[in-house]
Design a protein around this ligand. Sequence first.
Ligand code: ATP
Ligand code: MG
Ligand code: MG
Ligand code: MG
Length: 564
Amino acid sequence: MRMSKFYIPTLREMPSDAEIASHKLLLRAGMMRKLVSGVYSYLPMGYRVIRKVEQIVREEMDRAGAQELLMSAIQPKEIWEASGRWENFGPEMFRLKDRNSREFCLGPTHEEYFTDLIKDEVKSYKQLPLNLYQIQTKYRDEKRPRFGLMRCREFIMKDAYSFDVDEENMKTSYQIMWEAYDEVFTRLKLKYKVVQGDTGAMGGKISHEFMAMSEAGESLVAYCDNCNYAATDEKADVVYKVNNEIEEELNMERVHTPNVTTIESLVEFFGIDHGRFGKALVYNIGEPIVAIIPGDRELNETKLCNYLGIGEHDLELANEEIILDITGANKGFTGPVGIKKGVKVLVDSRIAKMKNLIVGGNETDYHLKNVNYGRDFTGEVVEDLLLVREGDICPKCGEQLKMERGIEVGNIFQLGTKYSSALDSNFLDENGKEKPFVMGCYGIGVSRSVAAVVEQYHDENGIIWPLVVAPYHVIITVVNTKDESQVNLGEKLYQELGVLGVEVIIDDRNERAGVKFKDRDLIGIPIRITVGKKAGESIVEYSVRGEEDKQEVEVDKLISLIEE
Ligand code: ATP
Ligand code: MG
Ligand code: MG
Ligand code: MG
């Protein structure tokens, strides 16, 4: 391809609304353009990258025995009503009507549709296991589309669905997909962790998320260097050091806490040594254990976020059922805080075991100390209410957990029979008995993975594509297009490399050398050949994007160098 003919509108200026590197660079490098919020076009250079990622995904899915097909993005309401998700999916679902007022959605995901597809057609256990997948455009009317390809309203996903005779076989299918995902993300050169995930809108019990580690990620990953434990902050189990000595039940005490107006001051006042924020607020001090428990529904979200210094996204992570309360640190809040009769309290099962909690005093400037669950208040005990923070204790080995941000690039789910039962999608087992398929589902964010690669591979000058996903392998820069020997040598190399099947692009534009070098850095093609002053002697400069080294190479030796 010739840069002089190529549609690659690079930008000198930083796009003003782009916050993270991948968003800025993919725009600046002329790889994509925004249509409206969360909706992008992939331009020729960018689309080449998308297709390379798709191809890697495709190869690994095929290798794992999954079969590719392509379903419609438009789905009728009826199948979603059968699973109950027409109601439950909420505003993220794009809904539309045809001319006869029949209702449809643009598929945010395809569990119902795949389950419905094989219904009545896959009839016997002999046809199982079956794994079908597609690489297709998905639609989700995200509350806050942002960060370029990271969180779009239209995006490309690979989604696969496995069908098995029973739980055990489904687990085998799940394992096979897990391994295929490891291959995909390794081939994409992503640094990633597999973590226990949230099953969210998909349902089911077990899920794992593949997190590309990056500061730009929207998810928090809690992990342990010592034993490989890793989970999203929503899902991680945390051990609380419950000191036996303080298990005794002390009497509840009312404490005047005039200066306790923030979490920090609360921590200081009570001598808490580390704190955490979760779906409930908990502070763990060894003795006594201090917890801030959920309480008052009237707190308004914005106030709470400001108070805690967290983003509203973090708050969204909290289950709606859970009433967040910043008990006791109660200045500035008018509603009742702390434990109060008649207020519904959800209590994490671990808190329910603790004695000597500190909670709000239902009065400005007062806290209650030595509060016991069960004696002083009761509530609904819930598992896994708490989120995790840096320094919490690993449930597996007792070491301290670390926290890092990650980008969810893939997610696998053990669904069980949720969809097959709901949609009457059954097969006949060995004994001729009708049974619902036992399913798994497996997603990879194809377009989001491109953003994740850029997040992990860039510098201040632009993208540094790993060879496997680079839009082209080699770029030839003709420094001076008025110099005939440079032009001729550049053309010759371009032809020769092309014949060898190397994906090569030549910058033959009549532009200043500086412009071409800047664009070359920005676009991030891995292998660079600069045809300059020494073209007459058949010598060019060879360099690799992201590496300092430059070497002068005789043209004859160039091919073997590139083949390496
Ligand atoms: P998130 O937690 O980021 O909202 P999700 O858990 O809702 O993602 P899944 O339903 O698990 O997403 O979809 C499978 C994959 O599709 C995700 O792991 C992610 O890589 C990708 N994906 C999901 N939503 C988006 C989006 N809005 N834009 C781009 N990719 C997305
Ligand atoms: Mg989502
Ligand atoms: Mg998610
Ligand atoms: Mg997910």
